[in-house]
Design a protein around this ligand. Structure first.
Ligand SMILES: [Zn+2]
Length: 442
């Protein structure tokens, strides 16, 4: 007698990520009520399950949904607004002035929808977001049906969203209270960076993170200048300051972590903090090369992030996987470091661990939520395929993503994104913001 389930997916290859390096052939995933209930050979699955919906993927690889461990989704509306500038000039001369003029709840909602569409289309089912107006972001992610950890931003200067540290925290916590029961939205405290938040703000973040059991999402050691300025001002490295103020721990994701000395590496490892590695952003802003192979050797958990579209300029984890692997190899002059299975692990389970969600997502394991991504390898571009795991990192692009499920619900089918808002409406919204940005900048 067969068991009824909502969905049965047959796939040519299946890479569960847990256990590491495993590639299953001709296997199926049974999904019921948004959860993965079984992984088994296709021939057994046909006998054992009676599915409401059957999806056959005869030339595809099924992987866990990708997890973008660092982004600023609404900055998609500023994609390509300023290129070829270092971080300090990019922020001070272009991005912060544009944000001061334009950022509003409408900007955040529209930009988040645009980014969510891009991420889902490229197989990203969860992102760790940091921006203003987290209430507008929450409503956009809820409408898009994308899983997100929304950063409650804290920064020392005023914006359209809040006036000072206490105002940022007060408003952020009100958003958290309003949305905390949502099944696919979680929240983090997101102090922007050690150089943009005072000791008072950081201490309050540490206290609230402990009280509410919320993760912390912060840019750390992105540029050499950030460290020189901190040493000149207080003779303390930013990571040492975060440790002194009680922020460093297993709930903290240090974004970038490019410039690390031995003591910094020891601090991250000792406190069980995580790193969001953003290779494209680090290369484009010429921030430097994060010591990825060393972080992994020290047992520090690493996930991958795209950063915002204004500094990348695409929210594409296939690109980040390839960049991470290649950059680590050339930086170490060692082709053996960061192999494909490790980089796929970073883009999935590594991100889930950093967000404290590894009991729910990050691998294809019974009991976890059905966040899944199918990649079609039928085109001759991918022939021959000796190892689909290698192809994912070294050959494929996000264009090959054919199907995406979040919490068991289809968000991409045959390459078509299924949002409430259609593509022509999204394009019109993007064009409207482009006109505003150009007009006001001029
Ligand atoms: Zn960032």
């Amino acid at each position: 007698m067969s068991t009824p389930v909502d969905l049965l997916i047959h796939s040519r290859w299946l890479i569960p990520v847990e256990p590491e390096r495993v590639v299953l052939e001709h296997h199926s995933v049974a999904v019921n009520q948004g959860a993965i209930v079984d992984i088994l050979p296709r021939s057994d699955a046909i006998r054992r399950y009676q599915a409401d919906e059957l999806v056959d993927l005869p030339t595809h690889t099924l992987i866990p949904g990708l997890i973008n461990l660092h982004t600023h989704a609404p900055m998609s509306l500023m994609r390509g607004v300023a290129d070829d500038l270092p971080l300090d000039r990019w922020l001070n001369e272009v991005i912060w002035p544009a944000e001061t003029r334009h950022v509003s709840a409408a900007f955040v909602r529209d930009g988040t929808l645009l980014a969510a569409r891009e991420m889902l289309r490229g197989g990203i089912t969860t992102c760790n977001d940091m921006y203003f107006f987290p209430d507008a972001a929450a409503s956009a992610y809820a409408d898009a049906g994308m899983r997100a950890v929304i950063g409650l931003i804290v920064i020392d200067f005023p914006s359209g969203w809040a006036s000072d540290t206490d105002d940022y925290l007060g408003k952020g916590l009100a958003v958290y209270d309003q949305w905390r029961e949502h099944p696919t939205l979680k929240f983090a405290l997101a102090p922007h960076a050690p150089y943009s938040v005072s000791d008072h703000g950081l201490e309050r973040v540490a206290t609230l993170a402990a009280e509410l059991d919320l993760p912390i999402h912060i840019h750390v050691h992105e540029t050499a200048a950030e460290i020189h300025q901190a040493l000149a001002a207080s003779n303390t490295r930013p990571l040492a300051r975060l440790a002194r103020l009680g922020l460093l721990g297993p709930g903290l994701t240090a974004v970038h972590a490019v410039h690390l000395d031995d003591a910094d590496l020891a601090r991250l490892a000792h406190h069980g903090a995580h790193v969001a590695h953003c290779p494209s952003s680090n290369m484009k802003l010429a921030s430097g090369i994060a010591p990825l192979a060393t972080l992994l050797e020290r047992g520090i958990n690493v996930g991958l992030g795209t950063d915002g579209a204004a500094s990348n300029n695409r929210l594409d984890l296939f690109q980040e996987m390839r960049q991470a692997a290649l950059l680590a190899k050339v930086a170490q002059q060692n082709a053996a470091v960061v192999p494909a299975h490790q980089v796929l692990g970073m883009a999935t389970l590594g991100g889930a661990r950093a967000l404290g969600l590894d009991d729910k997502i990050g691998s294809i394991v019974p009991g976890k939520r059905a966040d899944l991504c199918a990649v079609d390898l039928s085109d001759p571009l991918f022939a021959p395929c000796f190892d689909p795991l290698s192809h994912l990192v070294y050959v494929c692009g996000r264009e090959q993503v054919s199907h995406v499920w979040v919490d068991g619900k289809a968000r991409v089918r045959d390459g078509k994104v299924m949002l409430q808002i259609n593509d022509s409406e999204l394009l019109a919204i993007a064009a409207l913001w482009q006109t505003k940005l150009v007009h006001r900048a001029g």
